[in-house]
Design a protein around this ligand. Structure first.
Ligand code: F3S
Length: 406
């Protein structure tokens, strides 16, 4: 790889141990993928923040980087942690886990990383512009940044994202290069899609088709007349989970779609396939739902406002977690949504989510509108799942309404 004088001096250790290690990680990656040089990045998102995923070995690596003088050179934000940083006791998080999680966050903070703890950094201040090179490590957010924002990122791991934060560089390969962003497969959607649940089901149906191919295609999607921010965020999370996808183009919706014509290789996704994806994820059967969660990926302010409407004057009878980013929650506080939601008995689980929190063994069946949450609820915690539209998820948590006089 061709390195600039500054990059060579980082690699030689002139800027301290942490930068040397970081540059070694990036050069090794670049050599594996045939990168010719490094690119400057403007934004980093680090995943693998929950102590549940990191463990002591992961924490030691972070400590070494911090002790070696590592400091973030560009805006760097964090994925969800294993707990709500302010309200962990109310969520039943054990005190020893909370102490370990705090140690992780302190190390990140020492390195100048913003302790934001959200998988939707683009909704709370880390919003890269069109064409910007970034280094993100949250699969749903990478897919959103590449496809919906038109920024450029590979699917980074925790160490390579941290290395990019400390050096301000990433190797020039993959989705950073024009030639790898062109669509390779036309996907015609023949279905009526509405809501996060339907878009999540589309992500699963399409993702599983992509997964079968030898080379991961970049889909060019036709037949989706409109999609809201929330629907796209749900679709990105699902497509990344079931198909490992980091980029798609959607005609009339995503910003790079107009640069391209639909490729000749074609695939159709029908309503029947989407219905089958829903049925596959809605697998709780006779198991009674004892856990309800919305916010995978983290909820937008619009979704919280909808939730407040649905919960106004009602009481929930199940453990109900609402997961979002702290800045979004703070807006919800100011707008009065938090008061309405908490009066129902539902709980905000800020900075965390139903997948990365240490809740294995606490519940049997989860109700969610997120296809991604269904996947990990089973893979990580062996929960059964009810996969339902947003409003119906809320209904699962509520006590039945009495009708008429009694
Ligand atoms: Fe975010 Fe957790 Fe889902 S990190 S995308 S809410 S699994």
């Amino acid at each position: 790889m061709k390195l600039t004088i500054e990059e060579q001096s980082m690699l030689a250790g002139d800027h301290g141990r942490a930068l040397r290690k970081a540059m070694e990680i990036l050069v090794a990656l670049g050599e594996i993928y045939g990168a010719e040089c490094m690119l400057p990045v403007t934004s980093v998102q680090i995943a693998g923040v929950s102590y549940d995923n990191l463990g002591e070995a992961g924490l030691e690596f972070l400590q070494e980087m911090a002790d070696g003088g590592g400091q973030a050179r560009v805006l760097t934000t964090l994925n969800p942690a294993g707990m709500d940083l302010e309200n962990w006791q109310a969520l039943g998080i054990p005190a020893d886990f909370a102490a370990d999680q705090q140690r992780v966050l302190e190390v990140f903070s020492r390195m100048g990383v913003q302790v934001t703890c959200t998988c939707t950094p683009y909704l709370s201040g880390n919003t890269p512009g069109f064409g910007e090179h970034i280094s993100w490590a949250e699969s749903s957010a990478v897919c959103y940044a590449n496809s919906v924002l038109g920024a450029r990122s590979n699917r980074e791991g925790g160490p390579s994202a941290l290395a990019a934060a400390l050096t301000g560089r990433t190797p020039a390969y993959g989705y950073h290069l024009d030639e790898n962003r062109a669509p390779t497969l036309t996907v015609k959607v023949e279905a009526d899609l509405k809501g996060t649940h339907a878009f999540g089901a589309l992500g699963k149906a399409l993702g599983e088709q992509l997964e079968k191919r030898k080379r991961r295609p970049v889909p060019y999607i036709l037949g989706v007349p409109r999609a809201s921010l929330e629907e796209l965020k749900s679709f990105c999370a699902s497509l990344a989970t079931y198909g490992g996808a980091a980029l798609f183009h959607m005609q009339g919706i995503t910003p790079e779609a107009e640069r391209y014509t639909p490729p000749s290789e074609r695939l159709t996704i029908t309503q029947a396939e989407i219905n089958a994806a829903v049925a596959d994820l809605d697998d709780a059967g006779a198991a009674e739902v004892d856990f309800v969660s919305l916010g995978c990926p983290h909820l937008s302010l619009d979704e919280i406002s909808r939730l407040a409407e649905l919960l106004r004057g009602r009481k929930v009878v199940k453990e109900f977690w609402i997961t979002t980013a702290r800045p979004v929650k703070q807006l919800a506080d100011r707008l009065g949504y938090t008061r309405v939601i908490e009066a129902s008995g539902a709980k905000f689980a800020v900075d965390t989510c139903c997948v990365v929190a240490p809740i294995k063994g606490r519940f049997t069946a989860l109700a969610t509108d997120s296809a991604k949450a269904c996947y990990y609820a089973y893979a990580k915690n062996k929960f059964k799942t009810r996969f339902l539209p947003f409003d119906e998820v809320v209904q699962q948590a509520l006590e039945p309404q009495r009708h008429g006089a009694d």
